[in-house]
Write a protein of this length. Structure first.
Length: 91
């Protein structure tokens, strides 16, 4: 875990859970979820090294994206692997 003022970064799943249980008022933030003022305490998950949050799984009827998957990672999967309307929206 790394702390910088009121921003926390977890480098493991256990570290993330520890922060969520020990820091009062901690808000989970990722990519573009910030609007307005920064919260009093934030847990950043963007570019997370936690593999469980970076999974992309394709199923018969849907694609499941982990909470730390970026748009560029989604687009890297290719146009033929996603519904056209979703691929265009991600672009």
């Amino acid at each position: 875990m790394i702390s910088q003022k009121n921003v926390f970064y977890a480098v493991s799943k256990s570290g993330m859970l520890s922060l969520l249980n020990s820091v009062t008022g901690l808000q989970v933030m990722a990519g573009c979820t910030l609007s307005g003022e920064f919260p009093a305490a934030a847990l950043m998950i963007r570019d997370s090294p936690i593999e469980e949050m970076r999974v992309i799984e394709r199923h018969d009827r849907f694609v499941d994206f982990g909470s730390a998957v970026t748009l560029s990672e989604i687009l890297a999967g290719g146009k033929r692997r996603l519904p056209p309307v979703f691929y265009e929206a991600a672009q």
